[in-house]
Design a protein around this ligand. Structure first.
Ligand code: NAD
Length: 278
């Protein structure tokens, strides 16, 4: 465990958003959240958004150095059951309860089934799928306990991907892992609805995060590759991490008390639209 960062209560701090009015609600006031992979990219945006909307937030990450200010940074790898349990217990002992779990930590892999070894498949599934299972297992007793006090406000949200259903080229192992995340989300929603725990996922399209930056940097001409990637988006731009975070915050908020077993696409229309070629 790295030293706990300063915890700040934030009733009406202005959230960082891309476009639209600033979010100044305190709809997470009194709620405690834990975000895995919350030290970079989408997870860091989720942690900052929940914090700005009033939650006390713990970040569980194998490298928590980038955890947003005002969050409790916890070092743990989601491949370790023991490390996860220690981190979840640390968050609950700091906050007194846990209402919101966001399972977001994940890694990518490029290639067809002929390209990735069994070891690469096992590693990907271990992090992207079993990582969520282990985290939920450690958190569920606390979530169940919190549900009695805050009906409708207790939830698990997974960061899935449009890769779960899109048939993307050169993403066999990654897509299979995210397909499993989608099915897992639906099955968990069914298992825990009567316990007052809602379970949903977001399906981001290509989001502008350090991960995507690392992929682009491998191209011979990163700027040209980025322009080509943007041109493939119906909106002509990548999704921002803050936009994904806003969707997660909605799904986790009391406003979504009737929403469970749902996958919310935040993909700039990538999957739903059938645009005619220009
Ligand atoms: P990122 O690499 O910027 O951040 C991932 C974070 O997860 C990092 O802080 C990393 O340290 C942490 N992490 C990775 N493996 C871990 C492990 N074993 N244990 C603990 N922490 C671990 O990536 P991102 O783009 O923000 O992606 C976050 C999630 O969003 C992933 O699940 C990814 O599949 C999903 N996603 C991303 C995109 C995209 O285009 N960026 C699109 C769809 C879905």
């Amino acid at each position: 465990r790295t030293g706990p960062a300063r915890i700040r209560t934030a009733r009406t701090r202005t959230a960082r958003t891309t476009g639209g009015p600033p979010v100044t609600t305190g709809d997470f006031e009194g709620l405690a959240a834990l975000v895995t992979g919350g030290a970079s990219g989408i997870g860091a945006a989720i942690a900052a958004t929940l914090r700005d909307r009033g939650a006390r937030v713990a970040v569980l990450d194998r490298d928590p150095s980038g955890a947003p200010d005002g969050t409790l940074a916890l070092k743990a790898d989601v491949t370790s059951d023991e490390a996860i349990r220690t981190a979840v217990d640390a968050a609950v002992s700091e906050f007194g309860a846990l209402h919101t779990l966001v399972g977001n930590a994940g890694i990518g892999a490029i290639g067809s089934v002929e390209d990735n070894s069994d070891e690469e498949w096992h590693r990907l599934l271990d992090i992207n799928v079993l990582g969520l299972v282990r985290t939920a297992r450690a958190a569920l007793p606390h979530l169940r306990a919190a549900a009695a006090d805050r009906p409708g406000a207790v939830s698990i949200t997974h960061t899935c991907s449009i890769a779960a259903t899109a048939g993307l080229p050169q993403r066999a192992a990654y897509s299979a892992s995210k397909g499993a995340v989608l099915s897992l989300t639906l099955a968990m929603a069914a298992d825990h609805i009567r316990e007052g725990v809602r379970v949903n996922c977001v399906n981001p399209g290509t989001a502008d995060t350090p991960w995507v930056g690392r992929l682009l940097d491998q191209a011979p001409d990163p700027a040209a590759e980025r322009a080509a990637l943007e041109a493939r988006q119906p909106t002509g731009r990548l999704v921002s991490a803050d936009e994904v975070a806003a969707a997660v915050a909605y799904l986790a908020s009391p406003a979504a008390a009737a929403v469970t077993g749902t996958a919310l696409a935040v993909d700039g229309g990538m999957q739903g639209l059938r645009l005619r070629p220009a």
